[in-house]
Design a protein around this ligand. Structure first.
Ligand SMILES: Nc1nc2c(ncn2[C@@H]2O[C@H](COP(=O)(O)OP(=O)(O)OP(=O)(O)O)[C@@H](O)[C@H]2O)c(=O)[nH]1
Length: 750
């Protein structure tokens, strides 16, 4: 039996308490029965449908409404009109509920408090997933029992790894023809590289699916009654499933023995672990992110959702089991991190992770990591040092709110009327801790378009754009002085389309938009020196600044672009440039990055090393050094073999097998590189890498080449950003010429 990679029991997350506060017995009791979880997955896997069932079974909502259901009410968590109309989740929504988990051994019930965040699946709204996962302790990764691991599942998997979020997997849509949980378990292992094993097997298939066999506690669980409310547990397993259940329980034990010492030792001794030992091992391995137990069910058919909820309580960690780090801002930046302790009596530390504009002012979602947040209490913003009063404190239930007086550590809440930015840390002023260093990953926009208000511009136009920018860090607005246009940029056409539509609905502003354009970037491919003197003598005080150094690529040759804007390194010795002028050079460098000289697009991936320079006692100023920084960069840029980069997407097309050759031919004409293809039953899945610039109009082409059948019924495709790659020389030439023409036109107008 392989022993590699096991988690010894003793190595499970051990949270050193470097603060003077310790968890009290009361804290332990509260945290043991609390869960903060996210529901994440590829688009259309059934996250919202599943959350609707969870809310219904926990008594949080009185009835079930379907996404795109006939009653036209829509699911609770899709509260925006646009979400209900389009049947997609756009914003993540938070809610909470209580679940009485039943102990499989004693039958005793224990109440758990669960905070849930339902996140969008569409790649255009990926920032919502990013923010949610950052503050959650665990997650349910939903997969479709037919489609399995899809492109966005891989993205969510990466996001979960980035924030060390333990997850249980839920293979949904077991009622669908062609549902195959074993293929999905295998895909979790091979495509997501996550050790996993099923903890259940299905009872009945497709439309006969009516329950599951619990492999851990060796029992059968059925859903009966209206909307599956009655959970019927039987010790007897259907006779025709006993062999399969034995095989899959053995598979579970073997998978656990690879990641858990205790089970590994039992297996090595040729013994069989008890149900309790298996359950404990699943918990240890899941909490330490070494394993994912796989549950199965059908949200829409109300089957096996309650056992999944028991699984959330049994296997996902409480707030005290996940390591959360902060930094003491009064200590040097490279000082040791501080472990936060979710003790009620510890100094308050909370993180503002999401902002929303509401009728009552800014609504700030906050995760309280330690201490207690109180209504009317004073809180300090660790970034700005500002002290504010909490005028209103609420718990969110989708778009509804419940006023509360205080909230303890490990909880999620929202506060009103407190101006701040996303990612700000709040304390009670008795501690200098900040969570800013654990900042969130924000992907760069890949698409942009010009936007103009129909008729005369009103203040609402910029008000709306400002608000969207504050709420969503992946949505950016800038004014292009060359074309004199307002440009909005984002993660995809749908992302921008939604904002244009929201301007119309929420601000009564009709806009015309230009053609979507790819957000190209520029970078350099070799090092180049600079020795630049900015000198101006026009009567009165002159301007003098000399800077010497070099620029170099941030990414190694052949490495994909990391999207990091730039890095400034100061190596000036002996005061050749006084230290108060250095930030001005840095400012100039970052300003120059905003607009490359090849095509006018932003420059990324450049390190600017300032090694020497000169100043003049009278004529040097911050302005002179800023201009020198800009010009030094621009001159060196020309000699550093600059290139234009374009976003390359991973495209996944699902289509009936009869269209395999036309789909592949279509991708080839768009210069796509096929990286994977798989045939399952009567459909095939093809994964390719294609430049985003070559993807415009693809949905129409796909629809056309598949004989006019609707995309949804027939073929489907999805794409997400893979990386940025150098454009073909012909395209680079075209973009450079277009930019020169634009500059010349602007010049002649002057
Ligand atoms: N057959 C079947 N369909 C389901 C099941 N669960 C959800 N669906 C359907 O799948 C579609 C998508 O469901 P949603 O709950 O909106 O999926 P989602 O993952 O929240 O979607 P986004 O948030 O837009 O990514 C809807 O038409 C659901 O009715 C299921 O268990 N079986």
């Amino acid at each position: 039996m392989p022993c590699k990679g096991r988690t010894p029991h003793s190595e499970l997350p051990d949270i050193p308490n470097v603060l003077t506060h310790e968890l009290s017995e009361q804290d332990h009791q509260r945290l043991k029965f609390q869960r903060n979880i996210g529901v994440s997955a590829h688009i259309d896997s059934g996250k919202t449908t599943l959350t609707e069932r969870i809310l219904y079974y926990t008594g949080r909502i009185k009835d079930i409404h379907e996404v795109r259901g006939r009653d036209a009410v829509g699911a609770k968590m899709d509260s925006m009109d646009l979400e209900r109309e389009k049947g997609i989740t756009i914003q993540s929504a938070a809610t909470f509920c209580d679940w009485e988990a039943t102990s499989a051994e004693t039958g005793e019930k224990q109440k758990f408090a669960i905070n849930i965040i339902d996140t969008p699946g569409h790649v255009d709204f990926t920032i919502e997933v990013e923010r949610a996962l950052r503050v959650l302790d665990g997650a349910i990764l939903v997969l479709c029992a037919v489609a399995g691991v899809q492109s966005q599942t891989t993205t969510v998997d990466r996001q979960m790894r980035r924030y060390n979020v333990p997850r249980i997997s839920f293979v949904n849509k077991m009622d669908r023809p062609g549902a195959n949980p074993w293929r999905i378990v295998q895909q979790i292992r091979t495509k997501l590289h996550k050790p996993a094993a099923a903890v259940q097997i299905p009872i009945g298939t497709e439309d006969q699916f009516r329950g599951v066999v619990d492999l851990v506690h060796w029992r059968a669980i059925y859903n009966e009654g209206l909307k599956g409310v009655d959970v019927v547990v039987k010790d007897e397993i259907p006779a025709d499933l006993i062999d399969l259940a034995k095989e899959k329980r053995q598979e579970l034990i073997e998978a656990l023995s690879d990641v858990d010492d205790e089970i590994g030792d039992i297996v090595l001794a040729d013994e069989l672990p008890s149900n309790r030992q298996i359950q404990d091992a699943i918990r240890r391995a899941t909490v330490s992110c070494k394993f994912s137990p796989v549950f199965i069910g059908s949200a829409v058919k109300n089957t096996a959702v309650q056992p999944l909820l028991d699984g959330v309580c049994d296997y996902l960690p409480g707030p005290n089991e996940k390591e959360v780090l902060a930094r003491d801002i009064e200590q040097p930046a490279d000082g040791p991190p501080v472990h936060l302790v979710p003790a009620e009596k510890a100094p308050l530390v909370g993180l503002a992770f999401k902002l929303e504009e509401s009728r009552f002012g800014q609504l700030t979602y906050m995760r309280v990591y330690q201490g207690t947040l109180r209504r009317s209490g004073m809180i300090y913003n660790a970034r700005t040092g500002k002290k504010v009063k909490v005028p209103r404190l609420v718990r969110m239930h989708s778009n509804e709110m419940e006023d509360i007086d205080f909230i303890g550590p490990g909880e999620i809440c929202a506060i009103f009327g407190v101006e701040c930015s996303s990612g700000d840390t709040f304390t009670d002023g008795t501690t200098s801790l900040s969570m800013a260093s654990t900042s969130m990953y924000v992907p760069e926009p890949v698409i942009s378009l010009a936007i103009q208000m129909k008729g005369l511009e009103t203040p609402n136009f910029s008000r709306a754009l400002n608000r969207f920018q504050r709420e969503d860090p992946t949505f950016k607005v800038h004014f292009d002085p060359v074309s004199k246009e307002t440009i909005i940029s984002g993660m995809g056409e749908l992302h921008l389309e939604i904002y244009v539509e929201r301007m119309r609905r929420e601000y009564n502003i009709d806009c015309t938009t230009g053609k979507p354009r790819v957000a190209f970037r520029e970078t350099i491919s070799q090092e180049a020196d600079f020795d630049y003197t900015h000198k101006k003598q026009t009567g009165g005080a002159g301007q003098y600044a000399k800077v010497i150094g070099h620029i170099s690529p941030l990414n190694q040759p052949g490495e994909p672009d990391t999207g990091k804007e730039g890095e400034f390194v100061n190596q000036v010795m002996g005061g050749n440039i006084p230290s108060n002028f250095i930030p001005a050079v840095e400012k100039g460098f970052f300003e120059a990055l905003q607009k490359g000289t090849l095509s006018g697009n932003p420059v990324t991936g450049v390190r600017f090393t300032l090694s020497d320079g000169q100043y003049h006692i009278v004529d040097s100023s911050e302005l002179a050094f800023r201009i020198a920084g800009i010009q030094a960069f621009r001159t060196a840029f020309k000699g550093a073999r600059p290139v234009i980069l374009e976003p390359v997407m991973t495209v996944e097309v699902v289509a009936p097998t009869e269209f395999q050759s036309v789909v592949i031919a279509g991708l080839n004409t768009r210069r796509g590189t096929i990286v994977d293809s798989e045939v399952r039953d009567d459909e095939f899945v093809c994964t390719a890498e294609v430049a985003l610039n070559d993807m415009f109009g693809y949905s129409n082409q796909l629809r056309g080449s598949t004989q006019g059948k609707g995309l949804r019924q027939c073929c489907d495709f999805d794409f997400e950003l893979q990386n940025h790659q150098q454009v073909l020389p012909s395209l680079q030439k075209e973009l450079e010429e277009a930019y020169q023409k634009q500059l010349a036109a602007q010049h002649s107008k002057k």
